[in-house]
Design a protein. Structure first.
Lengths: 467, 467
């Protein structure tokens, strides 16, 4: 694309769509003043957004913020400091007891071939125990599903390594759906394989990027069956193992994993508030999660959500807005491998029922925002929010769908709180999710700031008009 | 974001929005069969798209495809070979005479300070002549606009280097608009500065990414005034120069540029066709431009458009569709610094009026598609296309706006042809535009393939239903 005189002339014919800072087409259901107010959030975020600078600090100073780690506790202090420097009305923490698993020394997965051992790029799954001293060496059974494991049964699986290799469905528009559909292999696959006698598990990483980067994530085991070592292979490694098995079904793999679970550790949700001018006891929440996987700097997951949530408060302050309801930013801990932060928060919220009127979560990456999902136990909140669509469309935010916000606010939904989740473009999210390459350079500052502005504008609309 | 049992349960409550391969909500104005047909383009592109592989070949084998270069002629042969291997009905070329400018040896811009010379990262603008032997050393006058140059006039500018430093407007949602609004500095700034006696020009790069990467692009000069050397500074360099001028208004800069314009060179538009089964003489065009800036691998600009246009033909073939009208893929040359390919194409089209019924251009980067702009001399084509919106929304393509397609199809619009331009997400485009970092790693395969599918689906709808 060039920019010559011809192109200029064409632009004047109306090539350019989307927003100017002003004026925009007024929303039919709103006044011009409402549109102008919404636009101010976006303009302020694009011109002076601080979320990206915060994200650089968080991800470079505190990568690998897994529950129980020193890095997470450093991030908790960082969150307190950042919020405390913002001249808020209240900054405090909630004590949370979180699980504590550690990877230990780097894992190793070796494909044993006639030509010798070949390294397969892998990462232990969260809660995987260690392999026995000397490692686990066994034949591998490749399967596509948990059902297949059940059908094969103990006779075929005892002592073997089960290899779950069903790919994510590339044909789906929303990558989160493909992730959800393939996720049982990682989430429950090791537990089910153990039930049928397997000695270990390998899973195909949950990603659509065909590269040599392995993606970790949490797994669960079944009560009464041994916890067996489990690791995710990169897609390159999974394809190599599959090809080796096609050539020789007796192919063996040697795994060395050093995972260990420790007693629960003390941690903290971090909270900052702007007190409401009319209804200080009624709360609109915005939040993300402070923890990340141990191998991950956690830029998109969920550093982006943390710095966007903080940015929402900054935007209200920078624009000189005094919200009617209290706006509370919550940096949850332990979303990745337990949800103890969200549970603790919901438990305390239940002690004062009716105080939360709305809760927005951001935990789908710092990509360009496209919409929101909304959930309510009192009818279709997404249809009620739809009236604001024309206010958001100039900024690329165009859909309001039915949903449950996200893992950290969903417990509030069960208490009757209306919840929402920011829905950014999803195409690249699972390229980086739960990996060592989820780094700041994968985040575009404008996309990150647009997401923060979208949430702030939605919160302002709920605060001033109700939902 | 994790994927635990809770999250699974919530998904079943309806968190996931967007498309599955089937079924989707039927479009009110269309049959289920229409929706299914549209979906097949997207599914095929996401599962088996070849555009990304083609883009890797094009950008690694033929970077720097500027008009008159050997690289562009290599790309022309590459385009012919790729199209010829696709079992199309007709592959051929159109002779085009293109301008031929070369950068020569690398440019150098030095900030002369009391502490010695400091290098400022810069890239000569297209059509810049060489500096005099020994370079150009002069004081610098910083301005924000062409108007300011006119006001300063010859008395202040004779023999000086004019430094255009007005930033792109970060507050606009659509970066193309910010680019258009700031673009006069690069497009016409050197010509206007020369009119008022300046000896050289530096411009702030047209980007929103605050880094040390300079962005080139074409410039023009005024008849009767000398062509003066001109280069774009990176934003880091522009800010350094501005700070130096604030400290000392007599700060001097030394420029060495080695640009040279040669006689026009022979080149070729490359064309491939699937012949229409009912109306072989009526043409639906899809195209992008094969040339790129000399310093740029041209992955987003416009390698993406080239490989997407080729992919449109592949999708029709792969799905076994026989279009009613001829579908013609055109790889235009010389979009970046002249538009000779588009002019030649339009000239030949005018010799057979009425044959083109629709022309779609893709030249806004290989990012996730969000909509189309449409233009017609017979009323509002974008409003007519709006009836298909619900077919596209499941794939993230949600807006049909008024426009003129793009620089390569706009001459056809003037002949009465209805045109369209793919509008992808624009946030990152100007981070890479016209730079050495416009490389394949900046392109996500899914986003690229979704764009190709969106165009193929739109073309199929026009082919089967008319617009």
């Amino acid at each position: 694309m060039r920019h010559c005189l011809l192109f200029c002339a064409l632009l004047s014919l109306g090539t350019v769509t989307g927003a100017q800072s002003a004026p925009i087409t007024p929303a039919p259901s709103s006044t011009d003043a409402t549109a102008e107010a919404v636009n101010r959030f976006f303009v302020e975020a694009l011109e002076h957004g601080q979320a990206y600078d915060h994200l650089r600090d968080l991800t470079t100073q505190y990568p690998g913020r897994l529950a129980g780690s020193k890095s997470l506790e450093g991030a908790v202090r960082w969150g307190q400091q950042v919020l405390s420097a913002m001249n808020l009305d209240h900054v405090y923490t909630q004590d949370v007891s979180v699980p504590h698993w550690e990877r230990g020394a780097p894992e190793s997965v070796q494909l044993l071939t006639a030509r010798g051992a070949q390294s397969l790029t892998a990462t232990a799954l969260g809660y995987s125990p260690s392999t026995p001293t000397g490692g686990l060496t066994a034949e591998v059974i490749e399967v596509q599903s948990l059902d297949e494991v059940e059908k094969l049964g103990r006779a075929h699986l005892t002592g073997k390594i089960v290899f779950y290799n069903r790919p994510m469905n590339a044909a789906l528009a929303r990558t989160a759906q493909a992730y959800a559909e393939a996720g049982d292999q990682r989430n429950r696959g090791p537990g089910v394989a153990s039930k049928f006698g397997a000695a270990g598990v390998l899973t195909r990483s949950l990603t659509l990027a065909h590269d040599d980067v392995p993606h970790t994530g949490t797994t669960t085991y079944l009560p009464g069956f041994p916890k067996i070592p489990a690791a995710a292979l990169s897609l390159v490694a999974a394809d190599r193992l599959s090809a080796a098995l096609a050539a020789d079904p007796h192919t063996r793999v040697s795994m060395q994993i050093h995972g260990q679970t420790f007693p629960d550790a003390p941690s903290h949700n971090v909270i900052g508030e702007i007190r409401g001018s009319e209804f200080p006891d009624q709360i609109i929440l915005v939040g993300g999660h402070l923890d990340s996987w141990d191998i991950a700097p956690g830029a998109h997951d969920d550093g982006a959500g943390i710095v966007q949530s903080i940015e929402v408060l900054r935007l209200f302050r920078a624009l000189g807005l005094k919200p009617r309801h209290t706006i509370r930013c919550v940096l949850f801990v332990n979303e990745e491998n337990g949800g103890a932060g969200a549970e603790r928060y919901a438990e305390l919220a239940q002690a004062a029922p009716g105080r939360h009127i709305f809760a927005v979560e951001t935990d789908n990456g710092g990509f360009a925002p496209t919409g929101f999902n909304l959930g309510s136990t009192q009818g279709n909140a997404h249809l009620r929010a739809e009236r604001w669509r024309t206010l958001f469309e100039p900024w690329g935010v165009w859909h309001f769908s039915k949903g449950s916000g996200g893992a950290d606010v969903a417990p509030l939904l069960l208490q009757g709180v209306t919840v929402a989740g920011l829905t950014p473009d999803s195409q690249r999210y699972f390229d980086y999710h739960h990996t060592a390459i989820d780094t700041i350079d994968k985040v575009n500052p404008r996309e990150l700031h647009l997401g923060a502005a979208a949430m702030a504008a939605l919160i302002w609309l709920v605060d001033t008009q109700g939902l």
